[in-house]
Design a protein around this ligand. Structure first.
Ligand code: SF4
Length: 1416
């Protein structure tokens, strides 16, 4: 084959760039045969014969700074696939010369870090350089695919002596980032690509981009191409985007190339032999578009790209006029017949899988139960038994062949060449490719009469067995209803080298339809046999994983079972439905993707690889058991699902001892009377009681089992003798989440009239709050779950051995009062009440234990991140990650659904950034925007503590996301946890000079109070300490226990109290001198918002003023206040641990004296100041620096793109051109700061373009604020952020009816009493109690100076509107001049004023005629 310019150019670059070249007989071979003789070229070129396994050769090129592999053969590429995981972190470029079809190359896309495509000879040359540089600098494999092209193409080539220096030049350093640069995440990979492309562009003086766009600047149609495209036509209304980087997929660039004018997208891919309906780039474009949360998305159509050299405008008109659902074609397609390999006959829908088998194994493929056998062998021919019979016969014949060959080898007269052929075959007889090649040669030699031995004719008679087949039995999920009868069991236990491909076609949405027939989990069944390779795959979720599993199954020397998901209901099911069904099944864990290779364990490797994010509970249990067994035998403890107790040891050690204890219990506890303790618990109180009871039962010699009700199930309870139930009360008298299925099962069984519990003896203890529901009609909600449970168990035949026990939060000792009465009855019933328990009962694990045992916030977070069997971290680690700015959450919208499916909740993480004063640069903003896209849910939130919060970050994205945050010179350390949190600063756009001073002060305070542990850098940034250095960690301010609770600091600048300074543990109120300079601060202490519903020991409190200090003393004052709290705060009861309670317990004077003692000086008397608001000043303002500031209104701080409100895009576009900063406000809005006069028009244009300049909202809306709550906050009891805007729609109508459209009323809402949006300072506030039900508060001060008070303990929306309507009307008619709503409702007697935190509950429930009858 003659060299084309493209091949020659790529080969030349490879030669001058690489130390070593490996070539599989290919279009490159002529170049290597006559390669230039140059001292600067590659030192070795290895030419492999056709069909040879290049992977093995490449694995040996360990010392090369760069290796290039050149090929064009599809067979060579598929042989490379199994080696790619091992090769992926080597500096290797694979140059593939494609001939009019990318199908063979693109299947490798998922298995390599980088896939670069070149549509022309010039691009092939440029990308060959780029790929070489990328592979060397990142030490990763880069797949570069280009087209053979035509002989008339011209290429401008780089000088040969420039190649090596370019390649060996160091990467430009990332400016002062504390992050090490290499991870395997797509965000980091894209950055690496951009760095390499920038360097290449500088060398070649030609742009090198991930994609290139040309055509109409505001196109209606965008045509993406991946393939050799010759399109030079200008098509009106259309733009063409050629993809150069196909993996990692450049989502941000792709989305940026699709403008608002685009309504239709064509994705053209040159992959004629693609065996699936949906093509890879098409899927990537569709899923990129899913990230845009807009209602109207462009339609996307997949197009086969053929030869485009003779395209005319008419071809495009035809393309554009076709309906979007049709699979289209552009250009002339070469005859698209089969690949030449034998295609087995399988049902139409299953063609996707059988085509892959054909593609991978070619002539070696044997579908042993192929349907065409039915015509000659009958229907039995498709059953596993039949297939097994055939295989056994085949194997016997092959064994006979081996014996014959061995006999022949002992023949003295055997010619030398035949001898080496036979011995080579014996060695390679299990290698599909080699055995075939050698077999062909053997047959040819024998047929030529080279040997006359009778064994030779025997070999010829068995010639069909010379090549090692890939034997497959293809079956349906029908076989899994009865594994024994279907013959599947025999296949699994046969020990034969066979592969079973089982297609499961049940759509996810129809998974419960055939519940009466129970499908067995074949994967688990097979894994339990120990010597079976098992994989679970889904072609519409991960094509690469399917390929890998099939290749691994083929190579496994024993039975393999590949479970393949293909959810179609009928022949006509559209592929998009298949796609959606597969996505749901994989995302929810209904169909996890995994591979299990038992041979790995023998080499000390993990046999299980999870390729998706979620797993079913059964699978989790299986893996847990594996881990558990491993724990007993290995020296390195493996992770268990969760930690239960530490007893003062390290958490890791506790896990190990727990495993040993469980084993010991198994051996010794056989004779003890068994008792099962089941609990249902949301907040953890019932769980704690159940665990303590279990400990006490064991101490009395009872053999104890502990579980949640849902995990245990009703079936299992019916087989138990003694069961104790403990439940708390959730929502409106509902059972807690982890007991709901159990409760449902009880109801269903009662409805059926069955009595399955006649041998059960039980007792129930319930926990509730008799004051939680103050109205008489709601009183029955008190302890409803426990009462219902007690009654239902009796209905089902159970017999109480101790009466129902009820714990009431309102009792003197809370629920413990009732518990102390009930527990002795239990011991009496078991006859162990007289047992003297000598040993102290184990202390329940608390946050204090976790902190102390964590080795300065390490815990087992690092190990947990490596545990791919669960999306969660260990329970104790979730307490520690808070100190690192990370909260574990789960999607509560689908929690019930997932529980019903038996899969773990959809875990994800919230990451909160530490950003003192909420100030960030445009570069940081762009980083935040990108992190949300690449690692989070595609949007982010501005919080009430002036920072960014990302939601929906799954576990394996945590580390990359934190690295990206640090790379942008921000961090997340101490954004949550029992430490000082993000320090707030008034946003004050008009006082620019003062802001500079107070901001610098806040930053210094934040830095000073940071924890000093190196765990953060070690876990997230891989800044490893040398072994043993953990011991050197010290926390000079915090000590190993850190603070008793969170600690918050804010700096306010009167007259603005936008930070609600009195809501913070420490507040600094800036005082200006006569020259407008910062003179110092009035210091406040003891503010705090969190409350527990119904627990009157908890209350909100406004900070008390301690006195005045000068600016230089501010930081040390914050430190000393914190230290007094550290040493005096309540560490036994977290509900009573905040500084506000410490001050009230110590007395303000004593507390202040303690602080002054540590300071060594006294506070000066406080100076005068005046606040007048705590809401933001929206719109344009000009600062003292002459620059301009615009405060935008972003409702509840959610930065996302919505139809007609593309705020995320808007801020991104502004950040690209803005030269000042961004400032986040404590009211969750965003200020664009420091806009110079000359930049004003452009910023105004962008604000107008995206409607961000709209601040024409009602005063009520502009003054409102809500916390996140559902679906992500684990503490939420009711909606907040999603609901408040809707409530405001209704309340603002009332305001408008009364002429109050522009009047500001501070209205806040939170999903629980924790009070993140500071509801207790609002004029009117709603705090979630249960879905749709809120506590209503009235009478807060307009500028955050006074707490409000509970007006109604439980209101729903109609009640809220009924209360507010007359109240607002009266306010409009009777208010004094300038009188605020909060002051008004107190003056006219709706509610009493709250004078201090301790008096918050006094006179709650309204005044006089407004007092609710039930609370009166
Ligand atoms: S107030 Fe409660 S529900 Fe709202 S974000 Fe905070 S903890 Fe979650």
């Amino acid at each position: 084959m003659a060299l084309t310019p493209a091949v020659a150019a790529v080969a030349r670059v490879a030669y001058f760039a690489s130390d070593t070249i490996v070539d599989s007989a290919s279009a490159f071979s002529p170049y290597w045969a006559s390669r230039p003789t140059s001292s600067i070229g590659a030192s070795s070129v290895t030419s492999l014969p056709a069909g040879a396994d290049a992977g093995a050769t490449l694995l040996h090129t360990v010392d090369a700074r760069l290796t290039s592999y050149t090929t064009d053969a599809s067979q060579a590429l598929s042989r490379l696939l199994p080696h790619l995981p091992e090769l992926s972190s080597r500096p290797i470029v694979i140059h593939v010369a494609a001939d009019k079809d990318l199908s063979d190359a693109i299947v490798l896309r998922a298995a390599v870090p980088f896939f670069i495509h070149s549509p022309s000879a010039q691009k092939a040359h440029d990308n060959a350089l780029l790929a070489s540089r990328l592979a060397r600098t990142e030490s990763k494999v880069v797949l570069h695919v280009f087209h053979l092209g035509s002989p008339d193409e011209s290429v401008e080539e780089v000088a040969e002596d420039q190649v090596k220096p370019f390649l060996l030049a160091e990467k430009p350093a990332v400016p002062s980032s504390p992050v090490s640069p290499v991870t395997d995440t797509s965000g980091v990979l894209i950055k690496a690509y951009e760095t390499a492309s920038h360097a290449t562009a500088t060398l070649l003086r030609r742009p090198q981009h991930a994609l290139s766009k040309r055509g109409d600047p505001a196109p209606e149609t965008i045509i993406f191409t991946l393939g050799r495209s010759h399109i030079t036509l200008d098509v009106p209304g259309a733009a063409f985007v050629d993809l150069s980087l196909a993996s990692p997929f450049p989502i941000s660039d792709v989305l940026a190339s699709i403008g608002p004018s685009t309504s239709r997208i064509f994705v053209c891919e040159q992959i004629q032999r693609w065996s699936m309906k949906w093509t890879p780039v098409f899927l990537d474009v569709v899923s990129a578009l899913q990230r845009r949360e807009t209602e109207v998305r462009p339609t996307v159509t997949s197009v086969y790209l053929g030869d485009t050299s003779h395209l005319t405008e008419a071809d495009f008109s035809q393309l554009l006029s076709r309906p979007p659902s049709t699979r289209l074609q552009l250009g002339i397609t070469p005859s698209s017949g089969p690949t030449g390999a034998r295609t087995p006959h399988v049902p139409k829908h299953e063609a996707s899988y059988s085509k892959i088998l054909t593609h991978l194994f070619g002539d070696r493929l044997q579908i042993v139960n192929a349907p065409e056998l039915v015509s000659t062998q009958g229907a039995l021919a498709t059953s596993p038994e039949f297939a097994l019979g055939r295989i056994r016969g085949d194997i016997r014949q092959r064994e006979a062949l081996v014996t014959t060959v061995e006999r022949l080898l002992q023949t003295a007269k055997l010619p030398q060449d035949l001898h080496s052929l036979f011995s080579g075959w014996l060695l390679a007889k299990d290698d599909g490719v080699k055995s075939r090649q050698l077999g062909d040669k053997i047959v040819a030699a024998l047929e030529s009469g080279a040997v006359s031995h009778e064994a030779a004719s025997h070999v010829l008679a068995l010639r069909t067995h010379l090549s090692a087949p890939s034997r497959w039995i293809i079956g349906s999920d029908a076989w899994s209803y009865d594994i024994g009868a279907s013959g599947l069991h025999h296949a699994i236990t046969s020990g034969l080298n066979i592969n079973v491909l089982l297609l499961d076609t049940t759509p996810y949405s129809a998974r419960n339809a055939a519940a009466e027939r129970r499908k067995q989990d074949v994967g688990l069944y097979a894994m339990n046999h120990g010597d079976v390779y098992v994989a679970s795959v889904a072609i519409y979720s991960s094509y690469g994983q399917v390929l890998q599993a099939l290749v691994e199954a083929d190579r496994y020397n024993g039975p393999s079972v590949v479970l393949a998901y293909l959810p179609y209901a009928t022949e006509d099911t559209p592929a998009l439905t298949l796609l959606k069904e597969t996505k749901n099944a994989v995302d929810t864990g209904y169909w996890p993707l995994y591979r299990w290779d038992p041979t790995k364990e023998a080499h000390g490797l993990e046999p299980f690889a999870l390729d998706s994010d979620a797993v079913k509970r059964e699978l989790q249990t299986f893996l847990d058991r594996q881990n558990h067994l491993s724990q007993l035998t290995r020296t390195t403890p493996q992770l268990a699902a969760e930690v239960v107790s530490s007893f003062g040891e390290t958490v890791k050690a506790a896990r190990k001892s727990r495993a040993q204890k469980a084993y010991a219990d198994l051996l010794t506890g056989i004779d003890a009377p068994p008792v099962t303790i089941l609990y249902a618990s949301d907040g953890g109180a019932a769980e704690k009681k159940a665990k303590r009871l279990a400990g006490r039962a064991q101490a009395r010699g009872l053999s104890t089992t502990l579980s949640t009700m849902d995990a245990f199930g009703l079936d299992t309870v019916s087989r138990e003798e003694h069961v104790i139930f403990i439940t708390s009360t959730a929502g409106q008298g509902e059972p807690p989440q982890n007991g709901r299925s159990f409760f449902k099962a009880l109801s269903v069984t009662i409805a059926k009239g069955e009595k399955p519990l006649t041998s059960l003896k039980y007792s129930v203890f319930g926990m509730g709050d008799s004051h939680y529901w103050p109205r008489a009609e709601d009183a029955h909600f008190y302890n409803k779950p426990s009462k219902d449970l007690d009654a239902r168990l009796a209905q089902l035949g159970g017999e109480r051995f101790a009466d129902l026990g009820l714990g009431d939060d309102q009792d003197a000792d809370g629920a413990e009062t009732g518990y102390k009465v009930w527990e002795p009855k239990v011991w009496k019933a078991f006859g162990v009440d007289a047992v003297e328990v000598q040993e102290a009962e184990p202390e329940p694990i608390t946050n204090e234990h976790i902190k102390a045992a964590s080795a300065y916030l390490r815990g087992t977070i690092a190990e947990g991140l490596e545990d791919h069997t669960t999306g969660a971290l260990a329970v104790s680690d979730t307490q520690l990650t808070k100190f690192h700015g990370i909260y574990q959450q789960d999607d509560r919208d689908i929690r019930d659904e997932r529980t019903a499916q038996g899969v773990e909740p959809a875990y994800s993480f919230m990451i909160r950034v530490r950003l003192p004063g909420g100030v960030c640069t445009p570069r940081q903003w762009l980083a935040v925007d990108q992190i949300a896209d690449e690692h989070g849910a595609g949007h982010f939130k501005i919080t009430t503590r002036q920072t960014f919060q990302f939601h929906g970050v799954i576990k394996r994205h945590l580390k990359p996301a934190i690295r990206e945050i640090n790379r942008a010179l921000m961090d997340t350390l101490a954004a949550c946890g029992d430490v000082n949190r993000n320090v707030l600063v008034s946003a004050i756009p008009s006082l620019s000079k003062l802001h500079e001073q107070v901001y610098a002060f806040a930053k210094a305070t934040s830095e000073h109070l940071l924890p000093r542990t190196s765990a953060y850098h070690e876990i997230w940034l891989d800044k490893k300490l040398v072994a043993g250095e953990v011991l050197r960690d010290r926390e000079p301010l915090y000590g190993e226990f850190y603070l008793p609770r969170k600690f918050k600091v804010a700096v306010a600048v009167p007259p603005t109290n936008d930070v609600d300074v009195f809501a913070n543990d420490v507040g600094f109120i800036a005082i200006m001198d006569d020259q407008g300079e910062l003179a110092g601060f009035n210091v406040t202490a003891g503010g705090g918002m969190g409350v527990t519903h119904g627990n009157k020991k908890t209350y909100p409190r406004t900070g008390s003023i301690l006195g005045f200090v000068t600016p230089d003393k501010g930081v040390i004052v914050a430190e000393k206040i914190m230290l007094v709290q550290r040493d005096n705060g309540n560490r036994v009861d977290r509900k009573n641990a905040r500084l506000k309670y410490t001050i009230d317990r110590m007395g303000l004077d004593v507390f202040k004296a303690e602080v002054e003692k540590l300071l060594g000086f006294e506070f000066e008397p406080a100076r005068g100041f005046q606040f007048d608001r705590n809401v933001d000043d929206y719109g344009w303002q000009t600062g003292a620096d002459g620059k301009h500031y615009f405060t935008t209104f972003v409702e509840n701080g959610r930065v996302q793109d919505e139809p007609s409100r593309e705020f995320k895009t808007a801020f991104r576009e502004i950040a690209k051109v803005h030269k000042g900063n961004f400032r986040l406000t404590a009211n969750q809005h965003i200020i664009i700061t420091e806009v110079a006069n000359e930049d004003l028009p452009e910023i105004k244009r962008l604000l107008a373009k995206y409607k961000l300049d709209n601040i024409n909202f009602t005063g009520l809306r502009l003054s409102s604020s809500a916390c996140v709550a559902f679906p992500t906050c684990g503490l939420a009891m009711a909606e907040s952020e999603r609901y408040l805007p809707m409530l405001i729609d209704k309340v603002e109508k009332i305001m408008e009816e009364n002429g109050l459209r522009n009047d500001s009323i501070v209205m806040r809402m939170t999903g629980c009493p924790n009070g993140c949006a500071r509801p207790y300072l609002a004029e009117v506030a709603f705090v979630g109690k249960a879905p749709g039900t809120y506590l209503m508060l009235l009478g807060g001060g307009y500028y955050g100076q006074r707490l409000n008070k509970i007006y109604r303990e439980s209101v729903t929306e109609p009640e809220i509107l009924a209360i507010l309507r007359p109240m607002i009307k009266r306010y409009a008619l009777e208010r004094h001049d300038g009188e605020r709503f909060g002051d008004f409702v107190i003056r006219v007697g709706y509610i009493a004023p709250t004078t201090e935190g301790k008096a918050w509950y006094d006179r709650m429930g309204g005044e006089g005629q407004h007092r609710l009858a039930a609370t009166a």
